[in-house]
Design a protein around this ligand. Structure first.
Ligand code: PMP
Length: 423
């Protein structure tokens, strides 16, 4: 997870005295692991739709936050959370209609085979649980991930998140494969990597448990074309006894425009699907969905309980998010606005090497990290928020709330055009 966070402590003319004091307090109390985005950190106090607001009322166009899928503070989601918080908020060990109704609605978005769901609070927890299920079901331990994958923060998941850097060692049972490329026979080449990883596991006496991929390859630099390219790799993994876990934390929930989940663009039916971020539009809600036969042994041998995961308030939030995605046709909006934005960005030329993505998840490859950082920080000064990703931190990450309209796209393009002209 690369970040544009070159902020160096000390006097920064652009910050107010209050903001400098807040940065110091933050560093003192939150410790050394936290990072702020941007050379000139953004101080926000309020959000509405695609806009974030600073303490003086200054408006930032949010072209980055996928969690707020329905737009910041959507009134329908806010009302649903407030209403349920005023009625009941316990855990999943009592009979409760809201939890079951949300689970039923959620599995309705998945292929018929993937018919059961377990709730967690974060995407990391969802991947951690999926890994335990996969290892129980297969009896294997080996996991294949991409070279710059990010799947979360728990011990087990950090061990298979190479984007955390060399300071976080990979697990002994983990093998990485090169990320998909954007040219040549993408599917065959990616599958080749998976086959090599499986062969390496076999030599090491490791029984494979799972191929785990973020279906938009976000931290690898955004790769989602051509549709269907993942199928050959999944077939190879399954032939070796591994499960296919689709990490939909980034790609899922209508973002890619053509399908509710990223794996659907590849014509696949996963064994396990993990999801999170946009599910509660900011309220902590994540899940693992699976095929009943895959969940069976885990369910028989281990009790599952998660104090906060899937509580009635979370499920009310989840229900409201689905209402908005469907009621405001956000998937169609992602398709339309995303397509137009990619075309316009592609036409800008200049320092842009390649425009990738689907729907409202767009990756713009720049020559190097410096030009990407310059654009990201420059756009921030124009109050347009994006970030950068990929192994070389040279891919602009453009991933706004799905209520992003053509007018917002115009504002974004004006800022991007102006920054490209300065390179
Ligand atoms: N998987 C992917 C693909 C992610 O991008 C992330 C978060 N960036 C996670 C899992 C972890 O989710 P969380 O931060 O909710 O634990």
């Amino acid at each position: 997870m690369s970040m544009i966070n070159a902020y160096a402590a000390g006097a920064d003319e652009r910050l107010s005295a209050d903001e400098r004091a807040l940065i110091e307090r933050r560093a003192r109390v939150l410790g050394p692991s936290y990072r702020l985005f941007y050379e000139h950190p953004v101080h926000i106090v309020r959000g509405e739709g695609v806009w974030l607001y600073g303490p003086g009322g200054e408006a930032y166009l949010d072209v980055y936050n996928n969690v707020a899928v329905t737009g910041h503070c959507h009134p329908h989601v806010v009302a649903a959370i407030a209403k349920q918080a005023g009625i009941l908020n316990t855990h999943t060990r009592y009979l409760n209609e809201t939890v079951v109704a949300f689970a039923e609605r959620l599995v309705g978005k998945l292929p018929a085979e993937v018919s059961q769901v377990m709730f967690t609070c974060t995407g990391s927890e969802a991947n951690d649980l999926a890994l335990r299920v996969a290892r129980t079901h297969t009896g294997g331990a080996g996991v294949i991930v991409t070279e710059t994958a990010y799947h979360g923060v728990t011990q087990a998941i950090a061990e298979l998140s190479p984007s955390l850097g060399k300071g976080v060692p990979l697990g002994a049972n983990v093998r990485t494969v090169p990320a998909p490329r954007s040219s040549g026979d993408v599917g065959k080449d990616f599958a080749e990597g998976v086959r090599a990883a499986l062969a390496d596991m076999e030599r090491a006496g490791i029984k494979p448990a799972a191929l785990l991929v973020d279906t938009v390859f976000s931290s690898d630099g955004v790769f989602c074309e051509p549709k269907g390219f993942l199928a050959e790799a999944v077939e190879a993994a399954r032939a070796a006894g591994a499960l296919f876990i689709a990490d939909e934390v980034q790609a899922g929930y209508a973002r890619l425009g053509e399908a509710f989940f990223g794996f659907q663009r590849h014509g696949l039916v996963p064994d396990l699907v993990t999801m999170g971020k946009p599910m509660g539009a900011g309220h902590p809600l994540a899940a693992v969905a699976g095929r009943p036969e895959v969940l069976e042994k885990f369910g028989r041998t281990s009790r599952y309980f998660n104090t906060f995961g899937g509580n009635p308030v979370s499920c009310a939030a989840g229900m409201a998010v689905l209402d908005v995605i469907e009621g405001e046709s956000l998937m169609q909006n992602a398709l339309k606005v995303g397509r137009a934005m990619r075309a316009e960005i592609g036409a800008l030329g200049g320092a842009i090497k390649e425009v990738r993505g689907a729907g409202l998840f767009i990756g713009v490859e720049m020559a190097d990290a410096e030009s990407a950082a310059s654009v990201v920080n420059g756009m921030r000064e124009r109050r347009v928020l994006i970030s950068a990703t990929g192994p070389g931190a040279n891919v602009l990450k453009i991933r706004p709330p799905l209520v992003f309209g053509m007018d917002h796209a115009g504002l974004f393009l004006d800022a991007l055009r102006a920054e490209l002209a300065l390179l």
